[in-house]
Design a protein around this ligand. Structure first.
Ligand SMILES: Cc1cc2nc3c(=O)[nH]c(=O)nc-3n(C[C@H](O)[C@H](O)[C@H](O)COP(=O)(O)OP(=O)(O)OC[C@H]3O[C@@H](n4cnc5c(N)ncnc54)[C@H](O)[C@@H]3O)c2cc1C
Length: 360
């Protein structure tokens, strides 16, 4: 008998099955008790859900995998986005030490990652002041300051962030194992409690040169900004798909009254299909979508349209469900709250209007 025949038959799996088995049963705990679904995030990554982020030409597939989770739990789709974005930085850095050390482990989620870019990006638009400052040392940088919110972040995670020196902005990968990088829980929030969202304080943390993703953060951002935003579509598209499914379920019971609502599931399904197509088109070459001004404008408009349509879809789904959607366990009000976060996740709706205005 050949040895190979004694090996266990590989289990057939699908991303949908993993979500059904390991995420769906925990949605209420995630939403109401702040349960962080770490084991699901790792299992989904081990099955290959995040790897397309680091595979050229596959960003659209990564967005799709995120949206599959988002249909069930918008909060967890956001955690996936945080992780995927960290992987996106590693996929684009020219620091080969960092790629060798982290890329594979983040791609399969044996190492979990996050991103802390909302403050520096807002600072580039004069919305707020930069919060992390660095001083050059002989071996790297000494960083101090604090960020109010970084999600998907526990001890042992890494995250991408930007600090300012006297000369420039520097993009680094921070390791929360560093005793001078301290976490404290943020919130409580209206939703997103199960996303391990922490405030991060840097107490003169020594960041060695080898942890620098890019010594010119603005130039690096110019390359990764479209991928950063496009990956967020996984959250919105997932929320919409879940909300449309809920409308169809509600209509089995309540069509006699729901049919008076001005827009039903078919209308939203058409809008969702159009957003998906635009997302896939712009994700084919996310670097070109960042570096070409017209393409990047399309990315910003897509993100803005997705926020507006997600808001309408989730609210309409809540209206379709009626009182059952208003119950504490009701998915209607939960998706509305999760959708509100999609409106304020950087770049928030108001920031998107400002960004589009600055390009026009
Ligand atoms: C649950 C949650 C998780 C998040 N996770 C992350 C993450 O993982 N990574 C990340 O980088 N960001 C994260 N953020 C931040 C997020 O991406 C947005 O940047 C944030 O929601 C604010 O965006 P905004 O454009 O609405 O700005 P605003 O809230 O309008 O803030 C603009 C500026 O105004 C200041 N401001 C607000 N209120 C006042 C006031 N009363 N008086 C004076 N100044 C004020 C703010 O401090 C800020 O400087 C998270 C936020 C939340 C709520």
């Amino acid at each position: 008998m050949k040895l190979a025949s004694l090996e266990p038959v590989p289990k057939t799996f699908s991303f949908e099955n993993i979500i059904k088995k390991s995420l769906k049963p925990n949605v209420r705990r995630i939403d109401l008790d702040g349960f962080y679904p770490e084991s699901f995030l790792r299992e989904y990554g081990a099955a290959g859900a995040y790897r397309p982020v680091s595979t050229p030409g596959q960003l659209g597939k990564a967005i799709e995998n995120c949206s599959l989770a988002g249909q069930v739990c918008g909060s967890t789709a956001f955690s996936i986005w945080c992780h995927n974005t960290c992987l996106w930085y590693l996929s684009n850095t020219e620091n080969f030490y960092l790629r060798d050390r982290y890329l594979e482990n983040v791609a399969d989620a044996t190492q979990l990652g996050a991103t802390g870019l909302s403050n520096p990006v807002k600072s580039f638009f004069g919305i707020e002041k930069i919060k992390l400052h660095g001083e050059k040392t002989s071996s790297g940088y000494r960083v101090k300051g604090s960020l109010p919110w970084v999600s998907n972040l526990l001890e042992g995670h890494v995250f991408g962030g930007i600090f300012k020196t006297s000369e420039r902005h520097v993009f680094a990968l921070f390791d929360t194992n560093d005793p001078n990088v301290r976490l404290s829980p943020a919130g409580p929030f209206a939703a997103l409690e199960g996303t391990a969202t922490n405030a991060v304080r840097f107490l003169d943390a020594e960041i060695p040169e080898e942890m620098i993703l890019a010594s010119d953060a603005k130039a690096f951002l110019g390359k990764v900004k479209a991928g950063f935003i496009l990956l967020q579509l996984g959250i919105g598209l997932g929320l919409m798909e879940g909300a449309i499914n809920d409308m169809r379920i509600a209509n089995k019971r309540l069509l006699h009254t729901n049919l008076y609502l001005p827009e039903g599931p078919d209308v939203f399904a058409d809008q969702l299909a159009e957003l998906k197509q635009r997302t896939m088109d712009l994700s084919i070459d996310p670097i070109a979508s960042a570096e070409d001004n017209d393409q990047f404008l399309k990315v910003l408009r897509l993100r803005l349209d997705a926020a507006e349509i997600t808001r309408k879809t989730t609210y309409s789904s809540f209206l379709h469900q009626g009182s059952s959607g208003y119950l504490e366990r009701g998915s209607g009000q939960r998706r509305v709250r999760e959708g509100m976060f999609f409106d304020i996740l950087s770049p928030s709706v108001k920031h998107l209007y400002q960004w589009i205005d600055s390009i026009n």
